[in-house]
Design a protein. Sequence first.
Lengths: 131, 131
Amino acid sequence: MKVEFDQSRPIYLQIIEDIKRQIATGVLKPGDKLPSQRDLAVQLQVNANTVQRAYREMELLGIVETLRGQGTFVRAERSIVEETRGDMVSTLVEEFVTAMQALGYDAEAILLHVRQKLADTAGNGGERNGK
Amino acid sequence: MKVEFDQSRPIYLQIIEDIKRQIATGVLKPGDKLPSQRDLAVQLQVNANTVQRAYREMELLGIVETLRGQGTFVRAERSIVEETRGDMVSTLVEEFVTAMQALGYDAEAILLHVRQKLADTAGNGGERNGK
DNA sequence: CTTAGTGCACTAGGCGCCTAGTGCACTATT
DNA sequence: AATAGTGCACTAGGCGCCTAGTGCACTAAG
């Protein structure tokens, strides 16, 4: 697995975001078992304590559930999955639009840039199945 | 001035981003004098050394120019201003689109969300003068 | 020359993130 | 009972960011 972490942000937060994304996209489903703290630590080439911290935080967030001696599992009922997904999207869009407006772009200009980027991506093998 | 800093990221980086944004949007123009390190520190309620670090970094980036004993000035010739602006937008759009795709959204869905957000913002007193 | 404003270098310490290592409690399997 | 896998707590240390404070060199204005 890839180990790319943004050097300027806490790793444990990035681990949480990654797992939340996997839950939101259905890669991880309710009831699924997460890798053990030790395993994920090896996989991400990170210290076990860092993974431990990420898992603990997610437990407090109600995203996962821990069974001592057995492992950590995706707790999310349907509603929570969708809520998580919704929250992530809202935050993303919110921050993007705000930042673009702060740079002086109006609605049209923002949409234009997004369309352009999407067109580029579609061209470069970044083919996405249309569902 | 407001002092809101993202707790999870280095303050000196956020100071740099803010100033780059001001340059990109024309709030700060080539030749303009930045606040002195001490003044900005007071203004942002941050230690002078933190501002010092931000200024030093920007000097290395070629964004500003320092005249010992006089102050720090926006160095950017036209070309650099536009380049800075372009870089910031590219990065923003790139990261936004990538993140949305990682969440499983296709082009249409992404555009829809952006349009929706823009519509909201336009409605809520977030009125932007049409230049 | 004196004074004020500036950039800049330096020391010292607090705090959070991360690493490293150890040990214990619990569960499931054998 | 023994073993392996798990979550979890604890200690110790390194490092980066930030704060706090001081002093020096340079520039401009009086």
